[in-house]
Design a binder for this molecule. Structure first.
Ligand SMILES: O=P(O)(O)O[C@H]1[C@H](O)[C@@H](O)[C@H](O)[C@H](O)[C@@H]1O
Ligand SMILES: [Mg+2]
Ligand SMILES: [Mg+2]
Length: 292
């Protein structure tokens, strides 16, 4: 039987510095510059040349070391590559999560990288560039923020969610007795659950590359992740609830009003036409949010 290669994520302060220096200097230097922006699926779903440049840099750097590995990259998929998660070692990359923020210089932009083998996430990294916060986790070895262990214990009633590119279909509901926050980057939004800064995060319509890394960070910090209907989490379903406990997650699942959302690993052509039908089908619902 082939020896299963063990992949270790050794994020030392030196790696942190390396990671920061290498990948995000491009993002940080472009952050203050004028940008050439293109629309993708909606006015809340943008791409810049920096998104594409950083994804190319990451993939070519990893491919030099691991030529057999596979990739699911947000901008490669946007350019027509299929989303296909197999048992092969696979890197799931969002080069800039929070591109709308990046374009508007709203200081929450992150690089999100997850690594899976046999469809199981081995480690995840979310680097919030402007904040200089490196969230990372390796399966079975805990979750960390800038080298310090994370624990998602409950103390507050804060829910993080987003009304992003899917805003034509507002997955909104009556969220009683919660304070609601949204940072504009699904990856960093979800990491707030791992820090204990939020009780829960939920989203319908994001993509696997938005949350593949933050999912393992929440789990390794002691949190739970599930589908918005309370069933088992499926990274390709574009529906997620992350929470500090099953009780909180199930409480959110009871009030989230889902809308139809084509899976990430559906054929691209099907995915596009369904976006149109999703646009037609889903009606914005009244959203009543009660502050504490
Ligand atoms: O396109 P990027 O990588 O910026 O990811 C964002 C999505 O575009 C939004 O729809 C979604 O609502 C989240 O904001 C997510 O972070
Ligand atoms: Mg993203
Ligand atoms: Mg992105």
């Amino acid at each position: 039987m082939s020896r299963r290669r063990l992949y270790r994520l050794s994020v030392t302060s030196q790696t942190h510095t390396l990671f920061v220096a290498h990948e995000t200097s491009v993002i940080l230097s472009a952050f203050q510059q004028q940008k050439e922006v293109r629309l993708k699926s909606s006015p809340a779903d943008l791409v810049t040349e920096t998104d594409q440049q950083v994804e190319k840099m990451l993939i070519s750097a990893i491919r030099r070391k691991y030529p057999q590995h596979r990739f699911i990259g947000e901008e490669s998929v946007a350019a027509g590559e299929a989303v296909e998660l197999t048992d092969s070692p696979t890197w799931i990359i969002d080069p800039i999560d929070g591109t709308v923020n990046f374009v508007h210089r709203f200081p929450f932009v992150a690089v999100s990288i997850a690594f899976t083998v046999n469809k199981q996430t081995e480690f995840g990294i979310v680097y919030s560039c402007v904040e200089d916060k490196l969230f990372h986790a390796q399966r079975g070895r805990g979750a960390y923020l800038n080298g310090k262990p994370l624990c998602s214990d409950i103390h507050r009633c804060v829910v993080v969610t987003e009304i992003g590119a899917e805003s034509r279909s507002i997955t909104c509901c009556v969220l009683l007795c919660y304070s609601v926050r949204a940072l504009g980057t699904a990856a960093v939004d979800m990491c707030q659950v791992a820090t204990g800064g939020a009780d829960a995060y939920y989203h319908i319509g994001m993509h696997c590359w938005d949350i593949a890394a933050s999912t393992i960070i929440v789990l390794e910090a002691g949190g739970v992740v599930m589908d918005t209907d309370g069933s088992e989490f499926d990274m390709m379903s574009r529906k997620v609830i992350a929470a500090s406990s099953s009780a909180v997650a199930n409480g959110i699942a009871q009030v989230v009003q889902a809308f139809p959302c084509r899976r990430d690993n559906e054929a691209a052509s099907k995915r596009k036409c369904d976006t149109q039908s999703e646009r037609a089908v889903a009606q914005p619902t009244a959203c009543v949010l009660h502050e504490l």
